[in-house]
Structures are given as structure tokens and as C-alpha cells.
Ligand binder design. Structure first.
Ligand code: ADE
Length: 229
């Protein structure tokens, strides 16, 4: 898979994407992540990529020209399955969308900044808009990082235990059950006996019971609706 990220502040992404699982996935060829500085595509000598909004609102708006130049350059090189714009005024991101995106070959993520991006970019280039939650961030970079992370951990080869992404919270509309490691007892706090029993049927039943219990307590909405949509 290949992910191209267009950003006004690429430094915000480089450190995050160059560590741990995301770094290993790039090093072993599971994914290629390419970060592009939108200022490099600006056709003006000050490399400006924003301007005042029509209608006199507050804040600056990202202009069409550098975005169009960046996207058309990439599109000449390969076909992109989706061009994604993270924005709070969009459908909420769910695990199911991450699953779908992880099956694609090439995607572009355009990070907005300032007050917003010219609506014509959304109308003419963007194929999918995603909100990562009902709150507003200063830019799209953190959202792009979250989307990228959630996709990459699903790619075969990214996580050493291949089944572990399948047992994540949300994969079956349930939050995940608690996990424990050694020691079996610490300051009198004990690991549940069933996990030490070696009986896999009992252990699986216990995990399912705990997952349902936790979901009922914290996110009962997951049990009622198909919120993975
Ligand atoms: N950009 C700013 N806030 C955002 C949000 N909540 N989701 C996605 N992109 C954003």
C-alpha cells in the first residue's frame, strides 16, 4: 500500500510516522508513506498557500492552486483509490472504514490548516471526508496520523502477531477484554485464575464475558447499533 500525505506542516508528521510499528512497516516494504509539503507546489514567490476568505469571515483559507498541482502530479504517476480530507464536518471515522481503507492500493490524505480549505477543492478532488471525533483540532495532521496508524496496523506484515489486529476493540462491535502479564500476583493483586488454567475454551468464554460486560458498562451504544459503519 502507498499513502501520500499533503501537508502545510510536514514536520508534524515525520516524527510520528518514523517510529515503532509504522517505521517497521515502511522498512519491511508493507507500506510506503510519502509526505509532501504543500508550500513546494505554490506558484508564488512567497510560497503562500492561504488567503483571506470571501464574505469576510475570520481566519485564513487554504487556496486551490497548490493542492491542485500536488494532486494532479501524483495522479499522473499512479491511480489513487481515494483522496481523503480529514475535517470535523464529516462522517465519524469507525473501525469498519479503517478495514476498508486497508484493502486499497494508493490513497492521498490532504491535511487542512487555517480556517478551512476552499470548498472547490472538496467538490472537485476529495472523494472521502472523515472526522476523527466531535472536537476541532488546529490542523488535519493529527487526524491524518490517526487514520494512517489505524490502517497500517491492519496490513499483513505490520504487526508480528497477525491475529492481534483482529482481536482489537471494535472489530466485533465489542470493546476488548482486559489483559494481564507476569507476575501472577503483585502486592496481593491477582491475575484471574481462569487465565492461568491453560483451558482455552474457558479462557475464550471468560474473554467474551468480560468484553460484553465492559461494552455494556462503557459503550452500550455499540451493542445496540451497528456503529462500526
Ligand atoms: N481537523 C480538525 N479537526 C478535525 C477532526 N475532528 N477530525 C478530522 N480532521 C480534523
Amino acid at each position: 500500500m502507498r499513502i501520500d500525505i499533503l501537508s502545510a506542516v510536514p514536520e508534524l508528521l515525520t516524527s510520528f510516522l518514523n517510529h515503532s510499528i509504522l517505521k517497521r512497516a515502511q522498512d519491511n516494504g508493507t507500506v510506503g508513506i510519502f509526505i509532501h509539503d504543500l508550500h513546494d507546489f505554490a506558484d508564488n514567490k512567497h510560497r503562500r498557500i492561504d488567503d483571506y476568505p470571501y464574505g469576510g469571515a475570520s481566519g485564513m483559507v487554504m487556496t486551490i492552486q497548490p493542492v491542485e498541482k500536488a494532486i494532479t502530479k501524483l495522479q499522473k504517476e499512479r491511480h489513487y483509490n481515494e483522496i481523503i480530507f480529514p475535517t470535523p464536518d464529516a462522517p465519524l471515522y469507525k473501525q469498519k472504514t479503517a478495514n476498508t481503507l486497508s484493502t486499497l492500493e494508493n490513497i492521498i490524505i490532504l491535511c487542512g490548516h487555517y480556517k478551512g480549505i476552499d470548498q472547490r477543492i472538496r467538490d472537485h478532488f476529495i472523494t472521502m471526508e472523515i472526522s476523527i471525533g466531535d472536537y476541532v483540532l488546529t490542523g488535519g495532521e493529527l487526524a491524518a496520523a490517526i487514520i494512517t496508524d489505524s490502517i497500517i496496523r491492519l496490513l499483513p506484515g505490520a504487526i508480528s502477531d497477525e491475529t492481534s489486529a483482529l482481536t482489537d476493540s471494535f472489530q466485533d462491535n465489542l470493546l476488548s477484554s482486559p489483559v494481564y502479564t507476569r507476575p501472577a500476583e503483585y502486592k496481593g493483586w491477582k491475575v484471574p485464575n481462569v487465565l492461568l488454567s491453560g483451558n482455552h475454551k474457558d479462557i475464550d468464554e471468560w474473554k467474551m464475558e468480560k468484553a460484553i460486560e465492559k461494552t455494556q458498562q462503557i459503550r452500550p451504544d455499540l451493542l445496540k447499533n451497528d456503529t462500526t459503519e
